[in-house]
Structures are given as C-alpha cells and as structure tokens.
Design a protein around this ligand. Structure first.
Ligand SMILES: [Zn+2]
Length: 226
C-alpha cells in the first residue's frame, strides 16, 4: 500500500526503488532551494516513480508524494535493470512511461506560464479525481494545494472561495475538497483534456506494442515485486 501524504522519495535522494502504482495518485514536486514548491506531474497506474533510474540516474530529480492512497509494486533498480535487459517488453514499457511523463512535463510547463491559477487548480483536481476511484471527495488541504500550484496560501484561499462561489467546489472542510466534476471541467483550461487524451494515446499504443512484443516470443520477465 502507498498511504496518503507519504513521501516516496525526496529530490536528490538515492533512488532505492522503482514503484509502479496499481491505483492511487502520486504528485511529483519540484522543490527549489528557497523552499518554494510546485507540482510537475500526477502519476497513476500509467506511470512509475523512480523511472529515471532505468535511464541511468541514481538520484531522484523530484520529490514524490502520495496524494490518493493506493496499491503499488516495487522493485530495486538493480533487479529492474536486470529484468529490462532480458525483456524487450519491459524496455518498451519504460519508453511508454517516459514518453507519457515527458509529454506531461512539457504541457505543465506551458500551462504554468500561460494559464490562470484557478484554471490550473481545476486541472490538477481533475487529474487527481481521475485516479481517486470515483470519489468526489478529494483529501487535499489548502497547504497541499499551495504545494501543487506554487502559490501562497492566501492565493489558494482566494481561488478556493471563487470556485466555491461558482460551485465547482461544493465544500472544503477538514482537509477534504468536494468537487462538482462537470463544473470543474468548465473552469479548467483546455490542457486537461489535451493531456488526458495524449496520455491515453501513448499508453494504449504502448500497450498494443507490449502485447505484440510478448506474442513475438519475448519472455515476459518477472518484475519480482518485493
Ligand atoms: Zn493549462
């Protein structure tokens, strides 16, 4: 299990595990030296934490925090690399997850520069809601929203009250946000739909490639979840 609010790895730490979520949502957070933070991606079952270790990195470029609890498989980088060398299917999966993450990072960079805090908050909430097993109650405090958005708590308070007024947020009590999904979609920038569509396309094409790879006789190397 990966529990809400747990920090899976901190920026600069040695990557001890690759972690493959089966459910739940994980935010990758960039922490600047002055203490400011901003989210760079939300990962679910279509992603992995510590993936850069499969590309040769030994330390994590970002901090990864669980936002929605879930289940996950984990494996050491050494075991994963050994499995990858034996299996084109695993190499293909690394490529799919890396392409999906790169697309998300590039889009988030554009969104952060071009779109309002309100639209960006709506987008993050929709990404998290997609991985929240259908619940409209998201366990997010204002401090968490400030960390995701890279803005002060006072700005978060203002944006949340604006979204309460437009009823995109139905309530925000005791660290839980209740969302109205259709209204939230109306507030979010177009980035949400574009990113979701592109992630789906990359992952579904990758899954087809994976199946074809296995059919061609590539041995489905065991991940050996630890
Ligand atoms: Zn945007």
């Amino acid at each position: 299990m990966i529990e809400r609010d747990s920090v899976l790895v901190r920026s600069g730490d040695r990557i001890e595990h690759l972690l493959f979520p089966l459910s739940g949502a994980i935010a990758t957070i960039m922490e600047l030296p002055n203490g400011q933070t901003v989210a760079t991606a939300i990962l679910g079952h279509e992603g992995a934490v510590g993936l850069t270790s499969a590309l040769g990195a030994s330390r994590s470029p970002t901090t990864a925090v669980v936002r929605i609890s879930g289940a996950a498989l984990q494996i050491s980088p050494a075991h994963f690399l050994a499995a990858q060398h034996r299996s084109p299917a695993i190499t293909s999966m690394v490529q799919v997850f890396t392409r999906s993450l790169l697309m998300q990072l590039q889009h988030v960079a554009a969104c952060n520069a071009l779109h309002s805090v309100e639209a960006r908050l709506a987008r993050w909430l929709l990404h998290i809601h997609d991985r929240a097993n259908g619940s409209d109650l998201l366990p997010l405090t204002q401090e968490t929203l400030s960390e995701l958005l890279g803005v002060r708590r006072t700005t978060v308070t203002h944006v949340v009250s604006t979204m309460r007024a437009s009823r995109a947020l139905k309530s925000n009590r005791r660290g839980q946000l209740e969302i109205d999904r259709p209204r939230l979609e109306a507030v979010a920038c177009e980035c949400y739909k574009v990113m979701s569509r592109r992630i789906d396309r990359i992952v579904s094409h990758g899954a087809v490639g994976l199946v074809h790879g296995l059919r061609r006789g590539a041995p489905p190397a065991r991940l050996g979840a630890e």
